[in-house]
Design a protein around this ligand. Structure first.
Ligand SMILES: N[C@@H](CCC(=O)N[C@@H](CS)C(=O)NCC(=O)O)C(=O)O
Length: 63
C-alpha cells in the first residue's frame, strides 16, 4: 500500500507521522507544505483537507 503524506517536515506533528510511516515500512509520497508560503490556505490543499491543517494522510483508492 502507498499513502500520500502532506506535511511540513520540520514540525513535530509532521515528524511523528513520518516516523510512524518509516517504522511501519509504509511506502509513502511526501508532499511538502510550507506555511511560510501559505500552502495550508491554498485552494488545492483545502480540496484535500478542508480543515487546512497538517499532517494529512491519504490512502490511494483502489480502481
Ligand atoms: N488536530 C489537528 C492537529 C494538526 C495541527 O494542528 N497542525 C497545525 C500545525 S502543527 C496546523 O496545521 N495549523 C494550521 C496553520 O498553522 O495554519 C488536525 O486537524 O490534524
Amino acid at each position: 500500500m502507498t499513502i500520500e503524506i502532506f506535511a511540513f517536515p520540520p514540525s513535530a506533528r509532521a515528524f511523528k507521522a513520518l516516523v510512524v510511516a518509516n517504522y511501519l515500512a509504509i511506502d509513502y509520497t511526501l508532499h511538502v507544505l510550507d506555511p511560510r508560503e501559505g500552502d495550508f490556505q491554498k485552494p488545492e490543499y483545502a480540496a484535500i483537507n478542508p480543515n487546512r491543517h497538517m499532517p494529512k494522510t491519504l490512502a490511494q483508492q483502489k480502481a
